[in-house]
Design a protein around this ligand. Structure first.
Ligand SMILES: [Zn+2]
Length: 243
């Protein structure tokens, strides 16, 4: 199991990998789960949580966003752990509906998949609805819960995307970045690419040196910086052509 440690001693475990990642932060006294994966990954998720032999229950579950591959196990985990669920206020209606519309593709093939996806939609890509406890409608500090953790809005991939900034060192970013490709961090699906690039800038404005995505492996700050500059240059080129 991959794990990371901040200077203050917060440990971050990657408790799900493969189709979707899921992370667990352990501060020593508190445990915070980030995302839950697909329903089919439930057993693996549970097994890996047990492997950690946590002395305390999970007190918080933070959702980076509400696409089905990140939140299909929320209702079960919430029941078992009695944890508080944090999610963006922008997901309120989707959660009530048990389906968050999948974003448009950023490349031709995913564009097609997305079109089919919208047709089959809720049945295939829905989730059991759940009751969130805390809606995020601005960047928040979790100091009140004695945690050196910030939740910041990083929309673009989806309107409800948030990133979890741990100790200002490591960020769990959901699908705001993709860790699957060697030469790009651009997710294949995004509601608003321009907004997503702005979110990359926002993440670069933190002191984080490592970014843990919802799919694939860790992304270093230098790579994010390079990708940000590359996309900014693309943007300038397109605007110049459209003039
Ligand atoms: Zn997503």
């Amino acid at each position: 199991m991959n794990s990371w440690k901040t200077k203050q001693g917060y440990e971050i475990f990657q408790i799900l990998s493969g189709r979707s990642n899921s992370y667990l932060i352990s501060t020593g006294t508190q445990n915070i789960l980030i995302d839950t994966g697909k329903k089919s990954a439930y057993r693996k998720l549970k097994q890996n949580i047990e492997l950690l032999k946590l002395t305390n229950k999970i007190s918080f579950l933070i959702l980076t966003h509400t696409h089905y591959d990140h939140c299909q196990n929320v209702n079960v985990i919430k029941d078992q752990e009695n944890c508080k669920v944090f999610v963006s206020l922008k997901a309120k209606e989707s959660i009530e509906n048990g389906y968050t519309v999948l974003p448009k593709g950023t490349m031709i093939i995913p564009k097609l998949i997305s079109k089919i996806g919208r047709m089959i939609a809720k049945k295939r890509f829905g989730y059991k609805t759940f009751m969130p406890d805390i809606f995020i409608n601005k960047d928040v500090d979790l100091n009140d819960y004695h945690l050196d953790i910030k939740l910041i809005e990083t929309s673009g991939h989806s309107a409800d995307s948030i990133s979890v900034i741990i100790d200002n060192e490591i960020a769990v970013v959901g699908d705001a970045m993709f860790g699957v490709f060697k030469n790009s961090i651009m997710p294949p699906f995004a509601d608003n690419t321009e907004e997503m690039i702005k979110s990359w800038e926002k993440l670069l404005n933190t002191e984080c040196s490592l970014f843990l995505p919802g799919h694939g492996s860790e992304i270093r700050r230098e790579f994010l910086q390079k990708e940000f500059i590359k996309m900014q240059n693309y943007g300038t080129c397109f605007k110049a052509i459209l003039k």
